[in-house]
Ligand binder design. Structure first.
Ligand SMILES: [Fe+2]
Ligand SMILES: [Fe+2]
Length: 374
């Protein structure tokens, strides 16, 4: 810790007392070093790290007010919604990092699934933070309004050891986790052609971080860790589809490069969590059962643990050969409003204000309304 404090002073030469700094201090040393290097390379000071408060009374309307200098309003709308999505992702991943690295019972349960998971969780968090920071900095660089959701950081934190007692954007206490992606990516069907898929595991109204300290090795803490393991995949498959969908709507080649490149990282994350969730140990608690996936589904190609590469599926036109792709990618299935609806239905925003939902909806509708201008 001392070495890293010293590094902060040496590198920045100023007093970074932002949320970003507090978050960075939670990360293991390699992440902090990497983050500092990243920020320095962008030439960002503390002022840009927390998007402009005061404008729109702290609630950015993003694209609706965008007067971008070098990108059109549709591209600004897409980047604004993605910046909001990344702020939300950062918020939830930050909660996972705090508990997976600071709560011994939760860390132990997470490590039962994969002993690299605490590192992966911190890495994923780090990536989301870089996405949000970069997108907002890019918006500012082209004269558009960065997105600021700070006014909505009002939800309570876990009371368990390790959790900072700060306001949150997202709620990980009552999640209904959609696990149908497990089957969707093993299927030859594509939701863009109307296919629907059953749940692999029914996870309804469950916490994915401990609400308070729980005994190490208990079934309760393992069920919570297993819930998290599937939630990781749920979040990142959604990001993978969202970016692929938005890429088809942008006009500017630099914006396309940004969307395609960040989207690739979401896919990277999803692949890791798709693999990792299969290692959840068997556990039963009232209302929730995780089977040993290998034992329960071996030989079932729609549920088999090892089939983590996307199976070829229908794409563009059913008369064409099947193709291994991200799916869905139609706006109605994977666009901004679809993402907001899925996240809302999962319980991730339970306790949020009507203004929060209105802000998200405004940003999402503007992004979905954008279309490529050649
Ligand atoms: Fe991201
Ligand atoms: Fe992500």
């Amino acid at each position: 810790m001392k070495n890293n404090s010293k590094q902060t002073n040496n590198e920045s030469g100023n007093d970074e007392s932002t949320d970003l700094q507090r978050f960075a201090d939670l990360l293991p040393p390699p992440h902090r070093l990497a983050r500092r290097s990243f920020l320095r390379s962008l030439g960002l000071g503390a002022a840009l790290l927390t998007p402009a408060a005061g404008l729109f009374n702290g609630v950015a309307r993003g694209a609706s007010a965008a007067t971008a200098g070098t990108i059109n309003s549709g591209d600004a709308a897409i980047l604004s919604f993605l910046a909001a999505a990344e702020l939300l992702e950062t918020d939830l991943w930050q909660q996972y990092t705090e508990l997976a690295t600071g709560n011994e019972a939760y860390m132990t349960a997470i490590e039962v699934i994969d002993d690299d998971f605490p590192q992966y969780i911190a890495d994923n968090t780090d990536d989301e933070l870089s996405h949000a920071t970069f997108l907002n900095a890019y918006l500012a660089s082209v004269g558009a309004q960065p997105v600021n959701l700070d006014a909505f950081r009002t939800l309570p934190s876990s009371r368990a050891t390790g959790a900072q007692q700060i306001g949150r954007l997202t709620n990980l206490m009552n999640l209904t986790v959609d696990t149908s992606w497990w089957i969707r990516y093993r299927s030859h069907q594509n939701p863009d052609f109307g296919a629907t898929f059953p749940q692999l595991i029914e996870i309804v109204d469950r916490p994915s971080i401990p609400p308070h300290d729980l005994p190490s090795g208990s079934k309760q803490i393992q069920a919570i860790a297993n819930t998290a393991a599937f939630h990781f995949g749920t979040i990142e498959q959604g990001g993978s589809s969202l970016y692929a969908t938005m890429a088809g709507k942008v006009s500017d080649l630099t914006v396309l490069r940004i969307v395609a490149s960040i989207g690739g990282t979401e896919v990277f994350h999803f692949a890791i969590w798709n693999d990792g969730a299969g290692d959840c140990p068997k556990v039963r608690v009232p209302g929730l059962f995780f089977p040993d996936i290998e034992e329960a589904f071996d030989g079932d190609p729609l549920r088999q643990k090892s089939l983590i590469m996307p199976e070829p599926c229908q794409f563009i036109d059913p008369s064409l050969p099947r193709c291994s792709v991200i799916r869905p990618t139609l706006v109605e299935n994977a666009g901004a409003m679809a993402a907001v609806t899925a996240l809302t239905n999962s319980g991730l925003f339970i306790g949020q204000t009507p203004e929060f939902f209105q802000t998200l909806q405004d940003l999402a509708q503007a992004a979905d309304s954008a279309s490529r201008i050649c």
